[in-house]
Design a protein around this ligand. Structure first.
Ligand code: 0RA
Length: 653
């Protein structure tokens, strides 16, 4: 009698416990799955998929399939052993029912040591069940097909039939409960991204994805695992070495797998870390161990191979510049900390990862000297750039309004302080620069000689031009504040706009005069400077602050009389006036052929000179010209240079 009663009580008690668990989850869903919005909704899928991936990790399954049906219900299936459905001793219910209705029951049934504790994962498929309007479990194993339906977590009677199906596996089909979730439409990209990530982290596992709403099917399977992941992340980058480095080992039940590849012309650090397939966005002890070991391994190698001096040390930041790495780790009882519970807290893991990465990376470097050399060289360059940047920053702090550090004695400035009255002549070549310095009126005219070398950057991308020393010197002299549209992409005036008053305040000289030779080289330099102004200081042009000096082409002498000619037509006129016979014609090939007085008289003296004011009223036309300029076709560029006069209008000042 007593016995029977006891049994009945036992059964009731387990039932109450189950219902209690379901109610708890439905009462505070966010506590279990993070939110009842989009994030929580997608979490349901991850939770179910994780169980199948666990089965794969245990070596019993090679395919997982996820289907999003038209009505936003989801099927997750695998070809594992199938969740056991024999009667569970304590509860007298099929094991699978216990798994699907008891909070945290999952761990007892799995044989993976890498079960997740804390974080949002690992709450168990029973939570998904509790938060689903309905769920079906379909299990094939031992020649039987087991099916069971659940309504908001409450089990209906199970059905077991014989089957000739020799394959085994688990299929979970569920519908997220509209009573719980504010969002019940799945985002294909989010699901796909997670599935792909899981496929990378579990090499060889085939993960199929089928979005029946969009008729999209995908299959992810990567035999290379994290190495394939890194290669994928670097797909569009210029890898410093190929294939990515790979390190893998296990110590004290902690499994660590790392892949590393640096990319050229890439300066960020992109380290993706995972613990038991959970992305640890906030990093933690595994990432800390990885970082210190990597820095140490690279420094050791560099010193051993005399690639850096004994007293030098590459910093972690240098070694990681341009790095893409994936850290895949499995930790038996992970502790997650941090704001979003995505930071690994287990102290012991740091040393384990450190020693595995130190050993693995040292071996890799020794075995791959070409990659090792490239890594050290890149880090070394980063190191030197960092040093230089630090120095530049110090200078920055010391400098006055005009950055004299960038103008190492090149600029011959004027004495006038009112920028409205000041003129800056950008002069081609040192000899012409010298004449200009002597010939100018030093009260209001400043001279900045330019090297012909500036030509070499003509074909370079404009953003590279910005790094050119000559250009930087020009910017510093004119007034750094006038540079706005710093993006090459900002073709439709995306750059910041300032009003005229603001612009003029930032200008050190209201007239910027380009004074170049009347030959092809001169035209090249002028074109380049115009290009530069158009792109980076367009307002300067629009506001009419840019001018082109007009040196004469000829000097005609006859007896004591002499006259300059600025064009072929003018030469004809002068010859007519002075008389052709006995006239001596001097052709100026460059500014340098004129002495200082001549330069002043003909080109710089406001009373006698002619300046062309550069205008850009047709921005679209200019844009086209820029494309021609930036292209490498010689013909269109020459045409542009010949038609350059279209850009400017004659103006007597
Ligand atoms: C515990 C034991 C066994 C299988 C599983 C768990 C299992 C769980 C899930 C969850 C999703 N798919 C799954 N597949 C299997 C089997 C133990 C045995 O057969 O000896």
């Amino acid at each position: 009698m007593v016995k029977v009663k006891d049994k009945a009580n036992e059964y009731d008690a387990s039932k109450i416990k189950v219902l209690g668990g379901i109610e708890a989850v439905r009462k505070r869903p966010a506590m279990y799955i993070g939110s009842t919005g989009k994030g929580g909704l997608h979490h349901l899928v991850y939770e179910v998929v994780d169980n199948s991936v666990d089965e794969a990790l245990a070596g019993h399954c090679d395919t997982v399939e996820v289907i999003i049906h038209k009505d936003n219900t989801v099927t997750v299936s695998d070809n594992g052993r199938g969740i056991p459905f024999d009667i569970h001793k304590d509860t007298k219910r099929p094991a699978v029912e216990v798994v699907l209705t008891t909070l945290h029951a999952g761990g007892k049934f799995g044989d993976s040591v890498y079960k997740v504790s804390g974080g949002l994962h690992g709450v168990g498929v029973s939570c998904v069940n509790a938060l689903s309007e309905w769920m079906y479990a379909e299990i094939t194993r031992e020649g039987k097909l087991y099916t069971q339906r659940y309504d908001r977590g409450k089990p209906a009677k199970e059905k077991i039939v014989k089957t000739s199906d020799k394959t085994t596996g688990t299929k979970i089909y569920f519908k997220p409960d509209k009573q719980i979730f504010t969002e019940t439409v799945f985002d294909s990209h989010i699901i796909k991204h997670r599935l792909q990530e899981l496929a990378f982290l579990n090499k060889g596992l085939r993960i199929k994805f089928n979005d029946e709403r969009e008729k999209v099917t995908e299959e992810f399977k990567y035999d290379g695992g994290v190495v394939a992941y890194v290669a994928h992340l670097n797909e569009k980058k210029d890898a410093l070495y190929k294939p990515p480095a790979h390190i893998q080992s296990e110590k004290e039940n902690v499994f660590v797998e790392v892949s590393i590849q640096h990319a050229r012309e890439y300066y960020d650090e992109n380290i993706l870390s995972f613990v038991n397939c959970i992305r640890t966005k906030e990093g933690g002890t595994h990432v800390a161990g990885f970082r210190t070991a990597l820095t140490r391994a690279v420094n050791n190698y560099a010193k051993k191979n005399k690639l850096i001096k004994d007293n030098e040390n590459l910093m972690g930041d240098d070694v990681r510049e341009g790095i893409v790495a994936v850290i895949n780790s499995r930790v038996p009882s992970p502790q997650f900390e941090g704001q979003t519970k995505t930071k690994l807290g287990n102290g012991e893991v740091k040393g384990i990862v450190d020693s595995i990465v130190m050993e693995g990376m040292s071996t890799y470097l020794d075995k791959n000297p070409a990659s090792a050399k490239a890594i050290v060289e890149k880090a070394n360059l980063a190191y030197r750039v960092r040093q230089a940047a630090r120095k530049a920053q110090e200078l920055e702090r010391k400098k006055s309004a005009l950055d004299t550090a960038l103008l190492p004695g090149k600029l011959a400035d004027c004495s006038e302080t009112n920028a409205a009255k000041c003129e800056l002549f950008l002069v081609e070549g040192d000899s012409a620069g010298g004449s200009a310095k002597q010939g100018r009126d030093r009260k209001f005219q400043a001279i900045l000689p330019l090297k012909g070398k500036i030509l070499n950057v003509e074909k370079a991308r404009l953003d590279k031009i910005l790094a050119n020393n000559e250009i930087r010197t020009i910017i510093t002299a004119i007034g750094p504040g006038v540079i706005t549209g710093l993006k090459v992409e900002s073709r439709d005036g995306e750059g910041e706009e300032m009003d005229t008053e603001e612009l003029l305040k930032k200008l050190n000289y209201h007239k910027v005069v380009l004074m170049t030779d009347a030959d092809v080289d001169g035209a090249h330099i002028r074109t380049l400077l115009l290009t530069f102004f158009y792109r980076y200081a367009r307002q300067l042009v629009e506001n009419g602050n840019v001018y082109i000096a007009q040196p004469p082409l000829y000097l005609v002498k006859k007896g004591k009389a002499q006259q300059y000619a600025y064009s072929e037509a003018e030469l004809e006129k002068v010859l007519k006036k002075l008389g052709r016979d006995g006239s001596h014609i001097q052709r100026y090939k460059g500014l340098g052929e004129m002495n200082p007085e001549q330069l002043w008289d003909t080109t710089m003296n406001p009373l006698t000179r002619t300046l062309l004011q550069v205008t850009l009223d047709d921005a679209e036309g200019a844009d086209e010209i820029f494309n021609i300029l930036m292209g490498s076709d010689v013909e269109p560029r020459r045409n542009f240079i010949e038609q350059n006069a279209n850009l400017v209008r004659r103006l007597d000042v």
